[in-house]
Ligand binder design. Structure first.
Ligand code: ATP
Ligand code: MG
Length: 714
């Protein structure tokens, strides 16, 4: 039996055995796209292509790991480089940092660091925030970067008024990042794209190093990612991309559907493969998915059929309130486990926003059903964890201003805001990092001698920590804890009852360090650890092997599959998100998000809504999502589980309620790589990326086209 080529349909096999030249695989969910990618890699290896010449890029670390494991099963041997775009770029930047003005030990800023830096940039640039907000500026700058616009290339570009201020802040922000030897997430892509564009020899070398490139979930690439992939496939055009335009859900991060739609124009020699047989879901589930997605106007019709058995009808449940929804779902899961041989890991509960899972957690816990919340990013956002990581970051890269600002006075050392303002001024004037400015505090006349003494003591602490930089990560972390007396600080500074949590988190971080040391006996460095932490995404916390019910957002569920799926909170203003109503493009993206959720299900699927939902401690009425009205309800099992409750009858409420702006402020970061999730975007900036292309977008694309023309056909 041939593990690689048996058990494939003819079109799948044709794609797997395709060797040289560009290939586009356009196919619906569950049709085996990811499977083809892994089998194709195994096939290339078997045909003698060295592992080092193959690069596979995807969107979550989890997907990359799974693909790697699968390839190892099919073709054991030297591992192939499989990675997310960001991880790939992180590695490239380490190697070629000097080409973009960075040093090898550069830091990766998360959203919080980036925003703190942006705040400084706004102060330095003297711009008033009265007509805009930090979020709007952050979103606009992210958008510039995703469109490959550098501060220099933006000169003379016509911008709508809303973006003018951001364009003014942008150069200052980039300058601060450079001084701090740091990048934000968008920068990583931008730097690599630029590096490849501006260094033809390097581009050529990498093009021939990575002869075979595969990109899964290509529908979610943005211009920067597109540019990177294209510049690596100029001479060796063995680029295979797979995707499903109906599953494009990252428009808010600049993903450009045209990248997939234009692939055939970009590579006229392309071999196009279409897969139409779905192996994942029952016909019932597929019909519901199909009927929903046909409501999108911007799409090409795709036929999808399955030979799987009909299965149970898709359920649509209307609950009186969120608690009833949570209890009922937990009861159903218990019943399925007890009487139908299911295991907890067969179940996934998906939602638009993280806050919706809170009642479910409670209901599952009270029934002793093990569950896991896929929320990897959150742990690393906790104050105590960020503080400790900031020490490590500063040891690794003393120029890291965001880390320094965070811990210079944590635990308290008498270094107050006035002192830091003076340090910042001095640093800005000399274009040096804050740590260097502190080292030179004798030159800052406005700082009193006593305070200078405190600053020097701080420098002493960091110096002594830095001397330990090459110890094992566990030793280093324990040394940081001891030298800074951080645990004591936590014990004394937190409100009674809360400190246990924080201390437990610190222990968890130490465990993570121990685990890292164990996994990297030879190649573990502080830098690698910090990079790993910085690039953690939501799906990373999810362990497929553990037998638990999975709770996650729809964004995080991309590419995954589960026997039984529940999608909760299918309510107007939630899914579709209330900020998407005025923008047809965004509205269609919300529909695709539900489509992604539905198509994760293999055997059973339940969609539900609650007529009353609690948010921020009060109950509010909720109306059905307009998407529910688009489903083939005649073939679904619709159950109105509504019973009057202590919260009263929903009829007392007007269902067309206006939701307050703060409605979803509790929403958690639900995207991978910790970028700004859709629910935290401001109305203005959410609509800008995907409304009619603004002048700058066209310019960037044209610019890229031009660059390509120059580099491709000399
Ligand atoms: P998505 O768009 O959701 O990412 P996909 O197109 O990548 O879906 P896969 O995840 O590769 O689909 O495949 C879906 C399921 O179908 C997997 O469990 C896969 O193993 C199975 N499958 C695909 N093709 C076959 C086949 N020819 N024979 C048996 N099982 C298959
Ligand atoms: Mg897939």
């Amino acid at each position: 039996m041939d593990l690689i080529l048996d058990n494939l349909t003819d079109p799948q096999r044709a794609a797997v055995t395709h060797m040289d030249g560009p290939m586009l695989m356009l196919a619906g969910p569950g049709s085996g796209k990811t499977r083809v990618v892994t089998h194709r890699i195994a096939h290339l290896l078997r045909e003698g292509v060295p592992a080092s010449q193959i690069l596979a890029l995807t969107f979550t670390n989890k997907a990359a790991e799974e693909m790697l494991a699968r390839v190892q099963q099919l073709a054991p041997g030297e591992p192939v480089w499989m990675s997310t775009f960001h991880r790939f770029c992180a590695r490239m930047l380490r190697q070629y940092s000097s080409l973009v003005g960075l040093q090898e030990n550069y830091s990766i800023y998360d959203m919080a660091d980036a925003k703190a830096t942006m705040k400084r940039a706004i102060e330095v640039s003297g711009i008033s925030l009265s007509h805009t907000s930090l979020d709007q500026i952050a979103n606009a700058i992210s958008h510039f970067k995703n469109q490959l616009l550098t501060p220099e290339s933006m000169e003379g570009v016509n911008l709508p008024a809303g973006k003018m201020l951001a364009a003014k802040v942008y150069p200052y922000y980039q300058q601060l990042l450079l001084v701090a030897n740091a990048v934000d997430f968008d920068c990583m892509l931008l730097h690599v794209a630029r590096m490849l564009r501006e260094n033809p020899e390097l581009r050529e070398a990498l093009d021939s190093r990575f002869r075979y490139i595969m990109v899964d979930e290509y529908q979610d690439t943005n211009l920067a990612q597109y540019a990177i992939v294209r510049s690596l496939s100029v001479v060796h055009q063995n680029l295979a991309v797979t995707g499903d335009p109906d599953q494009s859900i990252y428009g808010w991060r600049g993903a450009n559907l045209n990248n997939i739609l234009d692939f055939e124009n970009d590579y006229p020699q392309v071999k196009t493969v279409r897969l139409e047989q779905n192996y994942r879901s029952t016909p019932n589930i597929l019909r519901v998915a199909d009927q929903l997605i046909t409501n999108n106007t911007r799409r090409k019709h795709k036929g999808l059929y399955t030979h799987n058995p009909e299965g149970a009808a898709v359920r649509l449940r209307i609950y009186a309130n969120g608690y009833q929804e949570a209890d009922d779902i937990a009861d159903q899961i218990v019943e399925q486990i007890q009487n139908h041989g299911r295991s907890p890991k067969d179940f996934a509960i998906l939602c638009r926003m993280n806050y919706l899972t809170r009642s479910l957690e409670h209901s599952l816990r009270s029934r002793v059903v093990p569950y896991t919340i896929v929320r990897g990013v959150e742990f690393y956002q906790r104050k105590e964890i960020k503080d400790l990581l900031s020490y490590l970051q500063l040891i690794n890269n003393p120029a890291n201003d965001a880390a320094l600002s965070r811990i210079v006075n944590t635990p308290a050392r008498g270094i107050g805001k006035t002192t830091m303002d003076r340090v910042m001024l001095f640093a800005a004037r000399h274009r040096i990092p804050l740590f260097e400015a502190i080292c030179r505090c004798d030159e800052i006349e406005s700082i009193k001698p006593r305070t200078r003494g405190l600053l020097k003591r701080f420098v002493g602490i960091i110096d002594s920590l830095s001397r330990k930089a090459s110890s094992s990560l566990e030793d280093l972390l324990r040394f940081v804890l001891e030298q800074t007396q951080y645990s004591d600080y936590l014990r004394f500074s937190t409100v009674e009852g809360e400190d246990n949590d924080a201390l437990a988190n610190v222990d968890e971080l130490v465990s993570a360090a121990v685990e890292f040391d164990r996994q990297h006996p030879d190649d573990g460095s502080l830098e690698t650890f910090l990079e790993q932490v910085a690039l953690i995404s939501d799906t990373d916390a999810w362990e497929e092997s553990s037998d638990r019910v999975t709770l996650m957002t729809l964004h995080a569920a991309k590419g995954l599959e589960f026997p039984c799926v529940y999608i909760i909170g299918v309510e107007d203003q939630v899914l579709p998100h209330h900020r998407s109503h005025d923008d047809p493009m965004q509205f269609e993206e919300e529909r695709r998000l539900l489509f992604v959720g539905i198509t994760r299900a293999e055997q059973t699927l339940q969609l539900s809504m609650a007529k009353l939902r609690s948010a921020r401690g009060s109950m509010r009425p909720a109306a059905a999502s307009p998407f529910l009205l688009e489903l083939p309800r005649e073939e679904m099992q619709v159950i109105d589980a509504h019973q009057p409750t202590q919260y009263g009858d929903d009829n007392d409420f007007d269902v067309d309620v206006e939701y307050p702006e703060a409605w979803d402020m509790h929403a958690d970061h639900d995207d991978d790589l910790n970028q700004l999730p859709p629910e935290e975007r401001t109305p203005e900036t959410t609509s800008t990326p995907r409304t009619a292309p603004i002048a700058s977008v066209t310019t960037a694309a044209q610019m890229l086209e031009q660059q390509m023309a120059n580099t491709i056909d000399p």
